[in-house]
Design a protein around this ligand. Structure first.
Ligand SMILES: [Zn+2]
Length: 204
């Protein structure tokens, strides 16, 4: 990971453009962050259009999300902070609101099982399609501290978690680097789209 804030901030801006073009962050939704070598965070400001991010839309905060800047970080920064705290090996957290993730999280109740996809090998520690990745679905909650608490407890029992869905909302995934986190978003979104298409083929 590069260690200077501006380089990392520019990478987050680029992710905003990329995800916006793909329709993954509609109407100012979604948020992104990265952890610098000194433990501080670069995180998107609240309410910004992700396709039009500028340097001032990326905030530099301490490890707990505190900043001297006037803008406040995304409301969901508590989830990013929790993930960095619980998963010391990760350095980037990405949260898109994709159509497929939103729909799947409404069609399934507690979790989604992904299996027999070649792209499962994108995730560290998985070297075959012949396995199952369980993606938990958390109930949506405007009380982010309460939601973060539920994710925290889930990680206690599932320390190898690679991502999660929030009902009717979107998904979170992360990586040891920004590039790895982008790969995980792309892999999840590809498999979510396959799952949606499978559901519509089966019901027709
Ligand atoms: Zn969100």
């Amino acid at each position: 990971m590069p260690s200077d804030f501006e380089t990392i901030a520019r990478e987050l801006i680029e992710i905003g453009h990329l995800f916006h073009q793909r329709g993954w962050v509609p109407a100012t939704s979604g948020n992104f962050s990265a952890r610098l070598d000194d433990g501080s965070l670069a995180i998107t400001a609240s309410g910004r259009h992700k396709g039009r991010l500028d340097l001032e839309d990326i905030l530099h905060t301490d490890a707990d999300g505190n900043t001297d800047e006037l803008q406040r970080p995304s409301d969901e920064s508590l989830l990013h902070i929790l993930l960095y705290h619980r998963l010391p090996e990760i350095n980037a957290v990405l949260h898109p609101h994709t159509v497929n993730a939103t729909l799947l999280s409404r069609l399934h109740q507690t979790h989604l099982s992904l299996q027999d996809y070649e792209l499962l090998k994108t995730f560290a520690g998985i070297d075959s399609h012949d396995c199952q990745v369980r993606v938990p679905i958390f109930a949506n909650d405007q009380d982010i501290a309460r939601l973060a608490n539920r994710v925290d407890r889930y990680i206690d029992a599932n320390p190898d978690l690679v991502g999660f869905l929030i009902q009717g909302h979107g998904f979170y995934t992360w990586g040891e680097s920004i590039d790895e986190a982008i790969r995980h978003v792309e892999a999840f979104e590809f498999m979510f789209e396959c799952e949606m298409r499978l559901l519509s083929v089966r019901s027709s």
